[in-house]
Ligand binder design. Structure first.
Ligand SMILES: Cc1cc2nc3c(=O)[nH]c(=O)nc-3n(C[C@H](O)[C@H](O)[C@H](O)COP(=O)(O)OP(=O)(O)OC[C@H]3O[C@@H](n4cnc5c(N)ncnc54)[C@H](O)[C@@H]3O)c2cc1C
Length: 569
């Protein structure tokens, strides 16, 4: 590829540049352009999301390994997983990971956000963030003290279409002592129940559908796809634009007001490091001039790790519906004619939150029940439409607040080389202890009258896994990510140990913010899409408030000749 030159074309000059049209970027594009006063440019590395398997809810089985729409990251071998490499899908398409995710809508616990506040982030406690969760949402059940009724993101109660076995799972959980919870996003998260999902009229409700597509109709919101941002441009320590590659050519876009990184928990810290903001030693190693040394960039990586038990069933499951050719045909017709049936849903239909040991003040494990298995599918495939050819179901759990922390670092100054990702899963005693408690919970649940009545056998791990050593070994051998990386540019006051302040401005730089899952001070108790959208809703208000204080800057001249040209590798 041609290296960038001083004469590089400037494609756009605008007020705000948003890097990445993912869950957060789509919200920003919409809210920052809504009053018509500001020109917003959104740069997305992937393609537009108008694709069949992106719109069809169950299409996430198809996009899971599709590199045309997925960054398809691999971690380093993980000691805590017996040196296994973990596969990390991330959306590379408008809508970002919300275009390829499993659509479960969970906000987390109020204690999570109060912990964010107590880490030195005033205005990020539960009472501060709840209005933004509500602002984002239209809930199919209507609004109340907790739920929204007029936001762009439609959250659907699809329970009448869920598989009948979900009721058996809930009965088993009740027998075990977990109460029914009709709304995990209401007064309390604790209990067993049915998940609400981000779909509408049988189609995925990604952040692109909710926020970006309406915004892109405005004259002052421009979305460029296939635009891979390679570097932030600075005038002294002020971000004034970005350099990106489109169709093999380097291009430059300039921003009068701000550059906002919304590339997600992997790409935002990567882009900061490539642009000279990160651990000094690392940057020097790769020949990157240091603009602002900050060891926290790429640190504090957290993720949810799930562990699953698979059971052969005496009664029909989704496998019976979707494994035979005629079942697929029926499901396809149901979907194409009525936008209904299993293709219009997530496979994660039931679940819950519970405390795995007495003395805990709030739930510490999340459960996922699916009336479907795909253990016989070959490695490298996750065909939700090609399940096992016998009746079976699965029960999984993940920790709400794992304590293991990892990091990520660029491998070189080439923006197209994936960074080195080291999650350090299961590296604390507490995490191992909670996972073992989760294992025991799954076993106890399978012995309840409700589940043992329909259960033929525990296929995996099977009765041979029994002792504490065997259990830990199986957890290390089979646990997998639930695709929720966060906190690599975490928010907090101290510039030595945090990357952004509580306004999401990058410490040590001006005109630059990060808004995505990377700013979570710590991971939250549950799925991460709704919290990211909340963060971006709140960030939009913060950014627009700042424009009122800094209106004199609008239209300021950027000295393009002063922008240093990139030293190519
Ligand atoms: C398979 C899967 C299943 C999941 N299931 C659920 C679920 O059921 N419920 C839930 O709540 N959450 C789920 N999640 C997690 C959730 O979707 C993410 O936490 C959330 O979407 C992250 O939002 P984000 O804005 O931080 O990043 P993303 O949505 O990943 O957006 C980042 C965007 O930036 C773009 N980008 C990155 N680098 C550049 C660059 N250099 N130049 C230009 N563009 C760039 C990317 O292509 C992408 O579009 C799942 C995720 C995955 C992958």
């Amino acid at each position: 590829m041609r290296p960038p030159s001083a004469e590089m074309a400037t494609s756009h000059t605008c007020d705000f540049i948003v890097v990445g049209a993912g869950s957060a970027g789509c919200v920003l594009a919409n809210r920052l352009s809504s009053n018509g006063k500001f020109n917003v440019l959104v740069l997305e590395a992937g393609p537009h999301d108008r694709k069949f398997w992106i719109q069809v809810p169950i299409g996430y089985g198809k996009t899971f390994y599709d590199r045309k729409v997925n960054w398809a990251y691999l971690t380093e071998p993980e000691a805590g997983l017996n040196n296994r490499v973990s596969y990390w899908p991330r959306g590379k398409i408008t809508g970002g990971s919300s275009s390829i995710n499993a659509m479960v809508y969970i906000r987390g616990q109020k204690e999570d956000y109060n912990a964010w506040r107590d880490m030195g982030n005033p205005d990020w406690g539960w009472n501060d963030v709840l209005p933004y969760f509500k602002k984002a949402e239209t809930n199919s059940r209507g609004g109340d003290a907790y739920r929204g009724d007029s936001g762009p993101l439609y959250v659907n109660d699809a329970s009448e279409h869920y598989h009948a076995l979900c009721k058996t799972f809930i009965a088993a959980a009740n027998e075990y002592g977990l109460p029914c919870n009709p709304d995990f996003n209401g007064a309390s998260q604790e209990g067993a129940g049915l998940y609400q999902i981000t779909t509408k009229d049988g189609l995925r409700m990604s952040a692109s559908r909710a926020y970006l597509r309406p915004a892109a109709k405005r004259k002052n919101c421009m979305v460029e796809t296939g635009a891979h941002v390679t570097r932030i441009l600075f005038e002294n320590n002020r971000a004034i634009g970005v350099e990106y590659v489109k169709k093999g050519r380097f291009v430059r876009a300039l921003a009068y007001r701000e550059v906002i990184l919304s590339g997600g928990a992997i790409n935002s810290p990567q882009l900061l490091q490539l642009s000279g903001i990160g651990p000094e030693k690392l940057l020097r190693e790769h020949g990157i001039p240091v603009l602002c040394g900050n060891d926290a960039v790429g640190q504090n990586l957290q993720d949810h790790l799930a562990y699953t038990h698979y059971y052969r069933s005496k009664v029909p499951t989704l496998n019976n519906q979707l494994a035979p050719w005629w079942g697929k045909l029926w499901a396809g017709m149901q979907y194409l004619l009525f936008r209904q049936g299993p293709l219009s849903l997530s496979v994660n239909q039931a679940g819950g939150f519970f405390r795995s040991s007495p003395g805990r003040t709030s739930p510490n494990l999340q459960i996922y029940f699916a009336a479907l298995t795909y253990v016989t599918s070959p490695p490298g495939e996750r065909p939700l439409m090609r399940p096992d050819p016998y009746p079976a179901f699965q029960n999984a759990f993940s920790q709400c607040r794992p304590t293991s922390k990892g990091h990520l670092q660029i491998r070189s100054n080439d923006p197209f080389t994936h960074p080195r990702i080291q999650p350090n899963y299961l590296s604390t005693e507490q995490d191992i202890q909670e996972m073992v408690e989760g294992f025991e919970f799954l076993r106890s649940l399978s012995q309840t009258r409700a589940l043992s009545g329909i259960l033929d056998e525990e296929m995996t791990p099977g009765p041979a896994v029994h002792s504490a050593t065997e259990i830990i070994e199986d957890i290390r051998n089979r646990s997998e990510t639930v695709y929720h990386p966060t906190s690599t540019c975490r928010m907090g006051p101290d510039p030595q140990s945090f990357v952004v302040d509580s306004s999401l401005k990058v410490h040590g730089a001006n005109g630059l913010r990060v808004v995505d899952a990377s700013v979570f001070p710590v991971i939250v108790s549950g799925n991460t899409n709704a919290p990211v959208i909340m963060v971006a809703e709140k960030a939009s208000d913060l950014i627009l408030q700042d424009t009122q204080e800094t209106s004199h800057r609008a239209g300021r001249r950027i000295d393009t000749a002063a922008i240093p040209t990139h030293k190519s590798a």
